[in-house]
Design a protein around this ligand. Structure first.
Ligand code: PLP
Length: 361
């Protein structure tokens, strides 16, 4: 109180959201160590989707309300990667977005990619073999040194799906720039937890159902303004129109002047289930998520006697892992003897310790 007996108003700083407080928004059953396969929604996203499903079922609303979630998601994604929303297009899958870029490269182009690349960033290039597009694959370790003046496109994952390896992103971009090659990044396993200078690439494609915790069927691409000059909007449609609501019928062609020209018309309800999750990630900030996820991954590594790493995904050969994990109720991916576990902001130390217990006892 001041001398007049009035209660002095305090400037109340809004409390910064922490991973620990955000974790209360999830209802994950213990033992989900497979975000590299699909991510789990926070309660606000799940509830928004349920409400929209109910409106859909009863025909209570028009679609425009659902579509606001697409705009909210585009804006939040842009903030997450440090881009302008006008440079972000929306799609349904990573492969669909890569396919649009691949269809736009000149006949006879050479594409360089890692040999373990997830095929959503490989097959879309390979289908252009008949017009002379060559896809050269090398090991992830050799990718950087394989970038030379014969390469027209470097296509790679920022984080490898199979192994969790984090690519030397800045060095690859620099080598590609030095050789005038287009840089097309699949950041599906990275955006949402890995801080990176994303807009230094030409194209960054992200399927949102893993680390961005969307229902399946939403994807984004950052398309740099200079790259867009060479891209053809292969799926041109009403939603990509300059004025969406004046683009339903008839010519002329009247697409948006920015990255929206490349949009596909959105699967509305999936976007309703995505927007709150993305906004939460933006509020938390990628740095906090990165620190949490990598700390858990390193707790897991230490428990197995492995040196610390830099990824939220750990892949390691452990004989009998599949049955040990299944018996303990731990859900992870096991491929050809290698167990792949992944840790996101809703993962707890108890999840990690339960997995270690199952694998080491
Ligand atoms: C690196 C990577 N890219 C893309 C995808 C999925 O791609 P799409 O959206 O084309 O199904 C996955 C799924 O595992 C992935 O690991």
């Amino acid at each position: 109180m001041d001398v007049d007996g009035r209660v002095r108003e305090q400037a109340v700083e809004p409390e910064k959201l922490t991973v620990r407080s955000a974790q209360r928004l999830w209802d994950a059953a213990p033992g989900w160590l497979n975000t590299a396969s699909y991510g789990l929604p926070p309660r606000p996203a799940f509830q928004a989707l349920q409400a929209a499903l109910d409106d859909w079922r009863h025909g209570r609303t028009s679609w425009e309300g659902w579509d606001e979630s697409t705009t909210r998601s585009r804006n939040a994604f842009a903030r997450l990667i440090g881009a302008s929303a006008s440079d972000v297009t929306v799609g349904g899958t990573a492969a669909g977005l890569v396919g649009m870029v691949a269809a736009s490269i000149p006949d006879g182009s050479t594409v360089l990619a890692p040999d373990i690349e997830f095929t959503s960033n490989l097959f879309p290039w390979m289908v252009h073999a008949d017009r002379g597009v060559t896809v050269r694959t090398v090991s992830t370790a050799d990718l950087l040194n394989a970038i030379d003046s014969d390469v027209d496109v470097v296509a790679f994952s920022a984080v490898q799906s199979a192994t969790g390896e984090v690519a030397p992103f800045d060095r690859i971009v620099a080598a590609a720039r030095a050789n005038d090659a287009l840089v097309v990044v699949d950041a599906t396993q990275a955006v949402g937890w890995l801080p990176q200078n994303w807009t230094s690439a030409d194209v960054v494609v992200v399927s949102a159902y893993k680390w961005l915790m969307s229902p399946r069927g939403t994807a984004f691409a950052y398309l740099s303004p200079s790259a867009r000059q060479h891209l053809r909007p292969m799926a041109a449609n009403w939603y990509a129109g300059e004025d969406v609501h004046a683009s339903y019928y008839g010519p002329p062609l009247r697409l948006a002047g920015d990255a929206r020209a490349f949009d596909v018309s959105p699967a509305w309800l999936n976007w309703v289930g995505l927007a709150p999750a993305l906004e939460l990630l933006v509020e938390l900030g990628v740095d906090q998520v990165h620190a949490h996820n990598v700390a858990l991954a390193n707790r897991f590594r230490a428990g197995l006697g492995l040196p610390p790493g830099d990824s939220a995904i750990v892949s390691t050969d452990i004989p009998g892992a599949e049955s040990s994990l299944a018996e303990a109720g731990i859900r992870a991916a096991v491929r050809g003897g290698a167990v792949r576990v992944s840790f996101h902001l809703y993962t707890t130390e108890a999840d990690v310790d339960a997995a270690l217990n199952a694998l080491t006892s």
